[in-house]
Design a protein around this ligand. Sequence first.
Ligand SMILES: CC(C)(COP(=O)(O)OP(=O)(O)OC[C@H]1O[C@@H](n2cnc3c(N)ncnc32)[C@H](O)[C@@H]1OP(=O)(O)O)[C@@H](O)C(=O)NCCC(=O)NCCS
Length: 158
Amino acid sequence: MRYRLYQPEDFPALYLLEEQCFAPRERFPRHLMRQLVAKKDAATWMADASEEDPKEKLAGFAIVEWSRAAEERVAYLHTLEVGARFRRQGVGAALLRHCIASARAVDVGSFWLHVAVDNAAARALYQSQGFVARQREEHYYGRGRHALTCALALRNVS
Ligand SMILES: CC(C)(COP(=O)(O)OP(=O)(O)OC[C@H]1O[C@@H](n2cnc3c(N)ncnc32)[C@H](O)[C@@H]1OP(=O)(O)O)[C@@H](O)C(=O)NCCC(=O)NCCS
């Protein structure tokens, strides 16, 4: 597996994976995804599988964005997606670690994300990387689809 930053020509493969990972009502609309990957204060990490077939080349991707809130810089994970046949091989954890490293590189103090309460795989992954659930947000993903806000401190508060 090779981990690298997104390039504009990756968009078709990236959005195909979005369509494979999420049902239509849960997906980022194409135009919003295009805006996200083009943001300046953000990083999109790609995981390339070694196969030659371009349709199977992208194993996963993750997008983190950072901004200043009150006293410190905070990062937010917009999405983390791994193709079905590449799961449980450490790809999701590695992509998340790359996002965390990008955030650390710009001196982010805390890293946040939302995860659906019923997404056991993602919750286990985030927990394994040190994220702690802080708050439950009712109907965050639409009616009856609740979320947890999870956080990871990257710097000790003095
Ligand atoms: C969630 C997702 C990104 C996990 O990616 P992955 O590459 O399979 O995760 P990893 O192999 O790096 O798993 C790391 C750890 O997370 C936990 N984990 C991952 N998938 C799990 C599952 N299905 N059940 C239980 N624990 C799981 C385990 O602790 C795992 O370590 P282990 O394999 O040594 O036990 C992947 O399932 C996915 O893309 N799902 C669809 C999109 C999605 O829901 N994204 C998250 C949006 S918030």
